[in-house]
Design a protein around this ligand. Structure first.
Ligand code: KG4
Ligand code: ZN
Length: 355
């Protein structure tokens, strides 16, 4: 049973074909990094335009790579939200048109549910109940995942998402966009204990996150140390090379800044894993899933494996952690098994809670 997945919620146009809910036959991702990089973040109007350009070739490529024709498809799965509404509309409208024209069942999928399902593609399923930490540029959410893929929200960020904090800190320091991958590469060169950040105590739900205070603490640190020359040096490097390599970054980044990056990354990782551990204990979870773009972070992966959590922890491989369409098709497979399909009233929704 083959499902075509389509994802266009943010700045990646993606299509994938999966078989029987598990096997990824193709997964094509057209990134818009070159379009948005120079603006230091995603520009919604440009994102919609790029999706319009990419959607047809990306879907054709995913079908061709998997040797699939439209007649082979059991369903078309599409991200319906949350995300940028203009971006979502491109995927949803295209999926609806294809589904209508070829009489193929349509399944609308929540992007966050997709991130959770990415792990099912490689593990063949995890023991439930599970705790899922979805940590990306738009989300930092902890869920309990029950049988039948029921979800309960345990906690979420009250301000910035963890990936957003990576991106804002990187931008502030002149490392460009997206910030997560660059900080990940440079953090091992710094001392993670060099800068101590004091985090505000959270009132109310102890499983909620907050990263804006940490971002401000980095800003204060930058203001207290004269960094304008080195920041200008990195901005100049970015104008010469769109994606500088590690050596090039190291040449324009002094030790104290590497220490700052390492300390920032360690603080984010500690916050994520501390609450995940509490959530596991509180729910008696039998497995933990960490997914979303920030799940690519090598420091987070290493720390999670050595954190001695009381259950196994699963990460999707990096290509399935960031936005992709295989995860959307995987989530749709579970819905199809339960007989859930969408009607023509399927609409793109910028805010779409999972539960
Ligand atoms: O899941 P994703 O591709 O898109 C969203 O749904 O947001 O996540 C993108 C986010 C960006 O904020 C990016 O900086 C972050 O994930 N990211 C990372 C790493 N790779 C991507 N953050 C930390 N370390 C990484 N290696
Ligand atoms: Zn995402």
């Amino acid at each position: 049973m083959r499902i075509l997945g389509i994802e266009s919620s943010c700045d990646e146009t993606a299509a994938a074909v999966i078989e029987d809910g598990r096997q990824v036959l193709s997964s094509v991702v057209a990134s818009q990094l070159d379009t948005h990089g120079k603006y230091g973040g995603v520009v919604p109007e440009l994102a919609s335009r790029e999706h319009l350009r990419a959607i047809v070739p990306v879907v054709r490529e995913a079908l061709a790579q998997s040797g699939t024709t439209l007649a082979d498809l059991a369903a078309i799965a599409v991200t319906m939200g949350p995300g940028l509404v203009g971006s979502l509309l491109v995927g949803v409208t295209y999926a609806k048109a294809l589904s209508f024209a070829r009489d193929i069942p349509l399944v609308g999928v929540n992007h966050i549910e997709g991130h959770i399902h990415a792990v099912m593609l490689e593990t063949g399923g995890v023991e439930l109940p599970a705790v899922a930490l979805v940590v990306s540029g738009g989300h930092t959410h902890l869920f309990e995942v029950g049988s039948g893929h029921s979800y309960r929200l345990l906690g979420k960020t009250r301000d910035d998402a963890a990936g957003e904090a990576f991106d804002k800190v990187a931008k502030l320091l002149g490392f460009g966009y997206p910030g997560g991958p660059v900080i990940d590469r440079l953090a091992p060169y710094g001392d993670p204990r060099a800068v101590r950040f004091t985090l505000a105590k959270m009132k109310g739900n102890s499983l909620d996150f907050s990263f804006s205070g940490l971002k401000t603490a980095v800003l204060r640190w930058v203001e207290a140390h004269d960094m304008s020359d080195e920041i200008a040096g990195r901005q100049a490097l970015l104008r010469q090379a769109a994606r500088p390599d590690t050596e090039q970054w190291l040449a324009v980044t002094p030790q104290r800044t590497l220490d700052l990056l390492a300390s920032f990354q360690r603080t984010v990782i500690d916050e994520l894993l501390r609450r995940t551990a509490v959530a596991i204990e509180a729910t008696g979870a039998r497995s933990a899933i960490i997914s979303g773009g920030v799940a690519c972070n090598s420091g987070l992966r290493t720390a999670a494996q050595s954190a001695q959590l009381s259950c196994p922890v699963y990460f999707p491989s990096p290509g399935l952690s960031t936005d992709n369409a295989a995860m959307i098709a995987a989530a749709a497979f579970s819905k199809l098994e339960r007989g859930e399909t969408s009607g023509w009233d399927l609409a793109a929704k910028a805010s779409l809670p999972l539960c």
